[in-house]
Design a protein around this ligand. Structure first.
Ligand code: ADP
Ligand code: MG
Length: 677
């Protein structure tokens, strides 16, 4: 179908060549591509079409119908333009073929676009016609490819399935296609490929860009995704090996230490906590630096495990640190750990943005002098001016907030410290491995005893009054109630949203003390409100999620979430984990907004049925993608270019198995396309 590939002496382009070597790509565009991260020929080819159009048969103007997307090959006449803002034009023209004519309007175009349309030029238009109030059919802002004269029947752009590329560096899809054609035709096929012979990878690229059928396009993409997954797996495995090689301080747990731990802890550990602790202790006494993930649902007792590990470090006369994502959480860790750790003789310090001036200087001096054993704080504590005397153990309470870059910096702090990363989110295995694959994993799958399951119900807005009255009952029984409202954006809306909800509740149950908590509050005020809630002077706390509702208030038994449909399931699961922290019965009411659809209600209903975080996370990944589970920063770090984090990531496990096998045979995994190593 396509023109014969040129003679092999033309096949001189290499995947790792700079993008500027692509024939026909001018220096200005090459520069702009580079700025967009398309630096090499391989980068360029990996920008696959985001959509395919079947142009084996064009529609005709006569068959265009309102609301139905179609592609037509037309002649453009009577081009007129009028000025809009910032030098942009509104362009109008008549487009016709043998069967009829239609009015076309383009908004916000540069003058050069009008010029390129000329008059009497042919163009391929793709769009959805609409009816004007006067009943006239028109096409607004269609995707437009101006056909270069004499090129009408170019097999690259018509008479076939055509890939539409994203417009990057202002390169129109048609030009992109021509460049891709030239690049593929000149691509030397002796490049390094990891998952399949280079020739096969090349044909995957060919099919993804210039497919013979939609199925072939998908097959091509999958082949490339396999290559990418293999490279991703190899990268993770390399990193894992590197981390394993780091020497680590020998920290030993002896019987005396175990005795101390038993004496100071107010409760016996769960079996899961004991196992995690054994795994950690084994790492710490191995001579290698620990790099371990501690995974467990909210309330499973991770912080206690971390505290015991830090106690162990302190008893070995080295320093440790806990890094929390927010000041509130740092403070909470400090107040949760201080009572029993100080009883065990561990000297704790708390460093947040709020500690300033002389107290801060004193704290930092004490830290540098080794008079503090464990420092608790936000990420500020790994920043430069904070100096430890001998930091050997770092705990990161991740809660999705820190990126991999943060983690890397941590690993570099101190002399290859032991690192324990805590995460409360049950992440589906595939995804967890992509994000945390270089770490060993301990899982707390069991919650401390005496927790009652949380009864969860999806409710309509009209049921609010009843829900609020139930909330008031809980408060009168000496319990506490959270109300979470979504904050569409941080700032004013947040303040307004919490206040409006608090007022609505107050109208319904005027005798219950209510307070609000949001990200706009000064930290001191937040702490005060939380303390009042914890002590029971505030019964109902209306908060946004911008503020961690991550406080541990065992008396809290009822969680109400307003507009629950805007949250991911995993996030809701996390939120309801704030209640059910005592033997009392606990409830969660998910109020769906009146405008929410039926599928939102169905989705939420899942939370009524299961409290298995992993099952919930899998579902969430399927429905909302990884951004919701990981936070956008980490999701961005997945940085997969072709592979799909939902559809393809399940194959990562298989890729990993292959990588481990091949590395064991001493094979190197090299891919010129995905740039590893
Ligand atoms: P996580 O950090 O996983 O959310 P925490 O360590 O903060 O969990 O523990 C949640 C609550 O359970 C805390 O109040 C803690 O004191 C308590 N807790 C932890 N482990 C146990 C245990 N083994 N038995 C009883 N209570 C526990
Ligand atoms: Mg915790």
């Amino acid at each position: 179908m396509r023109p014969k590939p040129p003679a092999s002496n033309d096949a001189h382009l290499r995947l790792r060549d700079p993008v500027s070597r692509i024939p026909g790509l001018g220096p200005a565009r090459a520069r702009r591509l580079e700025e967009e991260g398309v630096k090499t020929v391989g980068d360029f080819l990996l920008r696959l079409p985001f959509r395919y159009e079947d142009r084996r048969r064009y529609g005709t103007v006569a068959t265009l119908a309102p609301g139905e997307a179609a592609t037509v090959l037309v002649r453009v006449r009577g081009v007129r333009s009028s000025r809009m803002r910032r030098g942009l034009l509104r362009i109008e023209a008549i487009a016709d073929d043998e069967t009829g004519a239609i009015r076309v309007v383009w908004h916000n175009r540069y003058p050069s676009f009008a010029t390129s349309l000329g008059s009497g030029r042919s163009a391929v238009l793709y769009g959805t016609p609409t009816l004007t109030p006067r009943g006239e059919l028109r096409l607004e802002n269609p995707e437009t490819e101006v056909v270069v004269p004499g090129e009408d029947a170019d097999p690259l752009h018509s008479g076939r399935i055509v890939g539409i590329h994203h417009r990057i560096a202002s390169i129109p899809p048609r030009v992109w296609r021509s460049l891709a054609r030239r690049t593929l035709d000149r691509l030397a096929t002796d490049f390094a490929a990891a998952s399949a012979p280079a020739e096969e990878i090349r044909s995957g690229l060919e099919q993804a860009h210039f497919p013979e059928s939609i199925e072939r396009a998908e097959a091509g993409r999958r082949l490339l995704a396999s290559e990418e997954l293999l490279v991703l797996a190899a990268g993770i495995e390399e990193k894992r090996k590197r981390l394993r090689k780091r020497p680590g301080r020998l920290l030993r747990a002896d019987d005396a230490l175990r005795q101390v731990a038993r004496e100071v802890l107010p409760f016996p550990l769960t079996a899961a906590q004991k196992r995690a602790l054994r795994e950690i202790a084994a790492d710490l006494s191995s001579g290698r630096a620990m790099a371990r993930l501690l995974q467990g649902d909210v309330g499973s007792g991770k912080t206690v495990v971390a505290g015991l590990a830090l106690l162990l470090a302190a008893k070995n006369r080295v320093q440790g640190a806990i890094m929390a994502p927010t000041e509130i959480l740092a403070e909470q860790h400090a107040s949760a750990l201080a009572p029993w750790m100080e009883r065990a003789g561990v000297r704790l310090g708390l460093l947040t943005g709020r500690v300033r001036g002389e107290p801060r200087r004193a704290l930092l001096d004490a830290l540098a002098a080794g008079k503090i054993d464990v420092l608790i704080g936000t990420h500020a504590l790994i920043e430069a001016p904070v100096r430890f005397r001998d930091l050997a153990f770092v705990v990161v309470d991740e809660q999705h907030r820190f990126g991999v870059a943060h983690r890397a910096r941590l690993f570099g702090k101190g002399e290859s410290p032991h690192v324990l990363v805590m995460t409360a989110s049950p992440i589906p295995r595939s995804l967890a491995w992509a994000i945390y694959g270089e770490l060993d994993v301990s899982i707390l799958e069991e919650k401390p005893p005496g927790r009652s399951p949380i009864v969860t119900r999806v409710r309509e807005e009209k049921g609010r009054a009843k829900i609020y009255r139930f909330a008031a009952e809980r408060v009168r029984a000496g319990e506490r109630v959270y109300v979470v409202v979504p904050a569409i954006e941080e700032g004013r809306r947040e303040v307004a949203a919490t206040r409006a909800t608090a007022e609505r509740i107050a109208r319904e149950v005027p005798d219950v003390p209510i307070a609000t908590l949001h990200g706009r509050m000064p930290p001191e005020q937040r702490t005060r409100v939380l303390a009042e809630f914890s002590e029971g002077r505030v019964g109902i706390l209306v908060a946004t999620t911008v503020v961690e509702v991550g406080v541990d208030v065992p008396e809290a038994t009822f969680m109400i979430v307003e507009n629950a449909e805007v949250f991911g399931l995993a996030q809701l699961h996390q939120l309801r984990g704030r209640v059910g922290r005592s033997p009392r019965r606990s409830w969660c009411a998910l109020i769906v907004g009146d405008r929410a659809g039926e599928d939102a209600r169905r989705r939420l209903a899942m939370l009524e049925q299961t409290s298995d975080g992993f099952v919930i996370a899998e579902k969430d990944l399927e429905v909302r993608g990884p951004g919701d589970l990981l936070g956008s920063r980490q999701a961005g770090l997945l940085a997969m270019r072709v592979a799909d984090p939902v559809r393809d990531l399940t194959r990562l496990r298989e890729a990993r198995r292959r990588v481990v096998e091949r590395m064991a045979r001493g094979e190197e995994i090299v891919s010129d396309l995905f740039g590893y190593p």
